[in-house]
Design a protein around this ligand. Structure first.
Ligand code: FAD
Ligand code: EPU
Length: 277
């Protein structure tokens, strides 16, 4: 196990966030030790806005056995995968599934999540979401591992209801055999739906979509695109993305969020870590 104090800016896709003690756990014994004091769990940091002052809690990252994942040899029309480490990254699994002729992960193409973070957020697109392909979820809480059926985890649009302090450690997926050409065709459609999203550093959409509408469209219509605070900017390409144009602080990003919320009743999709001004 590695324990180091690092700026969380290095571990988030937005590239902001102050120092924290980072505990990279590699075995169940590490996990037991790391969770003895207050903690937070970090996935790939792609849905986080972290305070410039960092966080006082331990930040747990899943490495070692918790980051290993192979989908296994497809057998039969329905393929239940082996247990996959929740620290593994989704993009690699989406590509592995395509190569193996396994369908189910195509809707998640382009989401830079860890498997555990994708479960926690029920990450998805209009083509489908994480909960659709879950067979079972292993969660560590109160010092023990327990296996849950997805029906027990309260999944909804970009939400879940994990047990308090629960760390997703492993998951099994339910995939289906499909013609690779059909898989590739669906992936192209998902990719096309993302064409309007910026390539610069971001944490994805800042706000959830209100029922029947798009937060990006509302922010765009309100004239906020291109608005800057320090190194942060509301993307010209998509109104629901705040991009780090270089040297942005959490305080900069937060100014833009508050400015939007003064005018529009939108709920944050990002998770906020630590105190913001
Ligand atoms: P983090 O950002 O590290 O953490 C998010 C939350 O999950 C935190 O509360 C954290 O404590 C918790 N968490 C992380 N790992 C675990 C675990 N193992 N057990 C328990 N809790 C955990 N999201 C979508 O839904 N659809 C999209 O199309 C999409 N597109 C994106 C595009 C870009 C360019 C970017 C940067 C982000 C995008 N996102 C999208 C947002 C983001 O990728 C998702 O919310 C993703 O699920 C976050 O996963 P993560 O591993 O990065 O989690
Ligand atoms: N639109 C605008 N201006 C903008 C942005 C969007 O007018 O600046 C319009 C578009 O033209 C379109 C509509 O709003 O008519 C919807 O836009 P888009 O297709 O980009 O989808 P979205 O609702 O903004 C959602 C998810 C994305 C996901 C895409 C693709 C949310 C909050 N966002 O975006 O998820 O990638 O669909 O399925 O649910 C994320 O959650 O982080 C995320 C990026």
């Amino acid at each position: 196990m590695k324990v180091e104090v690092r700026p969380l800016a290095e571990f988030t896709t937005l590239g902001v966030g102050g120092d924290a003690e980072i505990w990279t756990v590699e075995t169940p014994a590490d996990l037991l030790l790391a969770t003895r004091e207050p903690y937070r769990v970090l996935g790939n940091g792609s849905n986080l806005l972290v305070s410039d002052r960092g966080v006082p809690e331990r930040v747990i990252r899943l490495g070692g056995v918790f980051a290993r994942a192979e989908l296994g040899r497809p057998r039969g029309d329905v393929h239940l995968t082996p247990w996959l480490g929740a620290g593994a990254l989704l993009p690699g699994l989406v590509q592995e599934a395509r190569r193996l002729g396994l369908s189910g992960l195509e809707p998640l193409l382009g989401i830079p999540a860890s498997l555990g973070g994708a479960v926690r957020m029920n990450a998805g697109t209009r083509f489908g979401e994480m909960a659709d392909v879950l067979e079972a979820v292993e969660i560590f809480h109160d010092g023990a591992f327990a296996v849950y059926h997805p029906g027990e985890l309260g999944f909804g649009y970009r939400r879940s209801n994990l047990p308090a302090g629960g760390i997703v450690t492993r998951v099994r997926l339910r995939l289906r055999r499909r013609d690779p050409a059909e898989i590739a065709a669906l992936m192209e459609r998902v990719d096309a739906a993302r064409k309007g999203q910026p390539k610069r550093k971001s944490a994805g959409c800042a706000f959830k979509n209100p029922p029947g509408d798009s937060a990006g469209r509302l922010i765009d219509r309100a004239g906020f695109k291109g608005l800057r605070a320090g190194g942060a900017m509301i993307s010209h390409e998509h109104g629901n993305f705040v991009v780090n144009t270089g040297g942005a602080s959490a305080a900069d990003v937060w100014k833009l969020v508050k400015r939007i919320q003064e005018e529009l009743p939108l709920e944050l999709e990002w998770e906020i870590w630590g105190d913001l001004p």
